[in-house]
Design a protein. Sequence first.
Length: 94
Amino acid sequence: MSPIDKFLLSYLLIINLAAYIAFYRDKQKAIRGEYRTSELDLLLFSLAGGPFGSLIAMNKVRHKTKHMKFKILVPLFCITWSFAIGYCVSNGLP
């Protein structure tokens, strides 16, 4: 595995973990009635490479599951990232 492959794999693992934590923490803040993470920030985590962590958190902690934009965009980002990763792997790209 090349250094760039290791970097990209590390990036994807970290951004997905960060997305999961962001959704989890926002759910906890919602329960306590505290200041919340913006929906834009949560969606940007998904767009930036963390859609899998976002989708898992949405279903595991039942957060943002009733919001149409999350129901559409997060799975769409999962599909997009899956195709991008699959394309890179099948063509030997980093």
